[in-house]
Design a binder for this molecule. Sequence first.
Ligand code: ASP
Ligand code: MG
Length: 471
Amino acid sequence: MPIIVMKFGGSCLINKNSFNNILNITSIYKNVKKVYVASALSGVTDLLLKTAISLENDKETDKSIALIEKRHIDIIEQIFIEESEHYFKVKDWIDNKLSELEDTFADIKEFGLEPYYKDYILSFGEIISTYILNQYLLSNEIDSVFIPTNKLIITNDEFNNAYPFYDLTNARTKRFLIPLLENPKKDIIICLTGFIGRNKIGYITTLGRGGSDYTATIIARSLYEVGNDKNIKVILWKNVDGLLAINPKYVLHSSLIKNLDYDEAKHIANFGAKILHPKCLEAIEKHKIPLEIRNFDKPLEKNFTEISELSDKQYIKGVSAAEYVTIVTVISGSMVDVPGVLAKIFKVMSKNRISVSLVAQSSSEISTSFIIKEDDCDKAINALENANFFSEFFYIKWEHVAVINITGLKILETKTKAEIFNALDKKNITVKAISQSHDELNLSLVIDRDQLVDAINIIHDDLYDEFEDSN
Ligand code: ASP
Ligand code: MG
């Protein structure tokens, strides 16, 4: 029987209707093995974090804890029958968790917000919401088990942004999940907490904000690697139809991307489109596990986004933008053909923990440009100007700009590029720098920030036939 790992985000856990809809989805996906991954209730992770970083005033802390309690109690009052056994069981369980949370806040106040405390605090959101979901299924006579993923996903020590060790995670998956999934006599929904794991010594870690998508894909990959059933799919239920070719903030009626491959999706997820956590793709690509992004409110909708190895190659998949960025250019007349100049530039960036995105160098080697976040600009320029090598031989300039990324295999065609430049020319938009790596299906163009919206619109309008129509 196929296995589907489904992720329900905060926007799927809002009220009685949304929990009802999860039952609806459960019945739609009748003949498959199901693993459900849940996020915290919407806004709870932020609330936990906010409380943990401002514990000075005890009254305020109590207020926040009361609010966190209220958010969860409101839900269980809606979804469980009043005064029922289930209601009381869940209420007591939440009370216990909240007193653990309160104790931890007290510890943090005493010892400081060490990174592991932060992750521990944040884990409460997913632990409580997922337990509620599990109990809700049980109360509707659907067999279900609750497993917090700190029991399954073993990660490195990078708190707040941990990375899974797949071998160790696989061993846990084999031990705890496979017997449940591969028992032919049992039809049970496994409810897993999104977002969290643990390091080798047992401290809870988190996978980065929005990390529940990532959890679903890590589990899918692990099931593939240790289980007998290789027919595995991931569905992320969202409050949108899927990935759009262009953010509606720039173009009102942008088309839905119906299918794209892992490489295309990586580009799209990295730039803007906060719909998909970029790390997900790394987890599922290896075994070509398909992933669907579907609208939670329209589970039977036939238009959605599917990421798999198949992709309609004839379309431009997406146009996205990085708005608040700076282009830094390092120029020298004398330093051509000198090995190591690039290494020196990037060493300065790395030492200052500045992340570099686009890079472009003329083959004459006279100038090298690269893109950084605008917030890092002062730090970057200072560091370069104060580095001996650069102050002697180089001239450094910078400008705040925007970057447009156009993604899709289609971009490899010269004709497509010609059309893009023609379109931009119509609006007198100058491209200040360009980058496309070898055979890469993404073209990045650096332009004036003021011209960003115009540029995206003219590309969309002029190349309209190259985009997939969602209707
Ligand atoms: N609750 C976590 C967050 O808000 C993880 C998630 O929602 O995916 O970042
Ligand atoms: Mg969230």
